[in-house]
Design a binder for this molecule. Structure first.
Ligand code: HXD
Ligand code: FE
Length: 252
């Protein structure tokens, strides 16, 4: 590492990170908006997303929710204790948050149940390939890329965009109030925990990525990181588009 990065500014501000990281984040904003501004989330916020699309979203999202702690576990295997500050930070973050994500999977099943999607539907339904693609990309990235790169594709990109769309849906009571009073809490717990004001995971991931890479980075490497982050957004958008299409799932 040429020059070590140690954050001094507030951790939820992009200006606290190296210039290369700021540029990387700026260059991926457009792709992120394909997710955050997706009509599926706009309709969900207004409690106007029809039942079939809601079901496709919850069932299609499940593989990533279920396997997210496993992606983190693969990344944990890349870490050696005491080798660098960045690796020690990653080790702590991954170990703690694997446990947190275990709970999030339970909360997703509760959200689904409040929408009338039971465990069997969630676990056994056929999922279209466009929706499976995000999951495949996460496995590919975690199994084939460096710790910094695959944390960028998963903890930074997926959880970052998710923080923003969750915040959007939670920004009014409309969605929550569309459930019967006794189901409101369980239906929105997952969303509220991921809403930006609560979710520090993507920022912590950015700090770790910068600590692993340092204050300076090769432009070619920065472009590659940005490409991987954009891929995650593109696969998320592909999945959301598929949820809104009326095409049936291919028979198997
Ligand atoms: C979006 C559907 C197209 C997938 C959303 C994935 C969000 C992953 C969030 C991560 O913290 C895992 C979890 O279960 O909470
Ligand atoms: Fe989570």
């Amino acid at each position: 590492m040429v020059e070590e990065f140690t954050r001094t500014g507030p951790y939820m501000e992009l200006g606290s990170y190296p210039v290369w990281a700021q540029e990387m984040m700026h260059s991926t904003v457009k792709a992120k908006h394909k997710v955050v501004d997706h009509e599926l989330f706009a309709m969900m916020k207004e409690a106007a997303l029809p039942e079939p699309e809601t079901n496709k979203f919850l069932v299609g999202g499940w593989p990533v929710i279920e396997q997210f702690p496993q992606f983190m576990a693969v990344n944990l295997c890349k870490v050696q204790y005491g080798r660098s500050r960045g690796e020690d930070m990653a080790r702590k973050y991954l170990m703690r948050n694997i446990r947190v994500e275990q709970h999030h999977a339970d909360l997703w099943t509760q959200w689904a149940a409040a929408c009338g999607v039971d465990k069997k539907d969630l676990l056994d339904s056929a999922v279209p390939v466009e929706t499976q693609a995000l999951n495949h990309w996460c496995w590919h990235s975690c199994e084939r890329s460096s710790l910094a790169t695959s944390m960028a594709a998963t903890n930074l990109a997926i959880e970052g965009a998710t923080g923003e769309w969750s915040t959007l849906i939670c920004s009014s009571d409309t969605y929550e109030n569309s459930f019967p009073p006794e189901l409101r809490k369980q239906a929105t717990r997952w969303l509220r925990l991921h809403a930006q004001y609560d979710d520090t995971h993507p920022w912590e991931a950015l700090e770790i990525i910068c600590s692993l890479i340092g204050n300076r980075a090769e432009p070619k490497y920065v472009a590659y990181l940005a490409q991987c982050i954009s891929n995650s957004y593109e696969y998320m958008a592909l999945s959301l588009d598929r949820c809104m299409s009326h095409e049936p799932v291919a028979a198997h």
